[in-house]
Design a protein. Structure first.
Length: 224
């Protein structure tokens, strides 16, 4: 299996897993991955249970692509984020219920739990509302993602990015969990939050968190 087909297959599985994980419904949301001179991105309007690797669109940085399958309507922020952020190799966009609810309130998610450090900082910012698929939305997302791996989009949903599709998907789940916790606290008022120093300590620990030895990592890779 060549690298491109492997990425296409992984991208399709991520789209289908979003529904299984309960962070997406219908054809909402989209997934992309860095590849070659551009990105691979999920198509627009194709039900995820019908999605195949052949439906995935290969798009160049200049937004040109081959074939008659159209890319996701949100291709602009996928392309712009991956082009601007060499530390990220994949983007997962969801409309998960609780995170989207927080975005409707146009609120950032503060450091209510140490797991927020997985997003790269002490908060998950909410970008201002712009119409879906627009360049203005892509521009706002880039600002909200400064020094972060995730953000909310006002009245819209979530963007999560990471070094791989699997890690971006896992981060999107973490964002939804944090949003659920925050939403549960709000009826009692704004919750207490961790300090900058406490978050800095967690960020340092996250640099090696969950890392196995090279031997174990190789065995896990061979078994997958």
């Amino acid at each position: 299996m060549d690298e491109e087909y492997r990425l296409r297959k992984e991208l399709v599985e991520a789209c289908q897993n979003m529904s299984r994980l309960g962070i997406n419904k219908g054809t909402a949301g989209n997934v992309s991955a860095r590849h070659g001179n551009g990105i691979l991105i999920s198509p627009t309007g194709v039900p995820y249970d019908k999605l195949t690797p052949e439906h995935v669109v290969a798009m160049n940085w200049d937004a040109t692509f081959e074939g008659d399958v159209l890319p996701s309507s949100e291709w602009r922020f996928h392309r712009d984020i991956l082009q601007a952020r060499p530390d990220l190799n994949a983007i997962v966009h969801t409309h998960s219920t609780n995170a989207t609810t927080i975005s409707i309130l146009q609120k950032d998610i503060p450091p209510i739990h140490y797991a927020i450090a997985a997003t790269g900082g002490a908060s998950i910012r909410c970008a201002p509302y712009e119409v879906f698929g627009s360049q203005a939305l892509a521009d706002c997302a880039l600002v909200a993602l400064k020094d972060r791996r995730a953000c909310l989009l006002a009245h819209h949903g979530v963007i999560a990015g990471h070094v791989s599709i699997g890690k971006a998907l896992a981060l999107a789940v973490t964002v939804e969990e944090l949003a659920t916790q925050y939403l549960a606290c709000l009826p009692m008022g704004e919750p207490p939050v961790l300090t900058d120093e406490q978050i800095a300590e967690v960020l340092e620990k996250f640099k090696t968190y969950g890392q196995q030895s090279p031997q174990v990592t190789d065995r896990l890779r061979q078994a997958s």
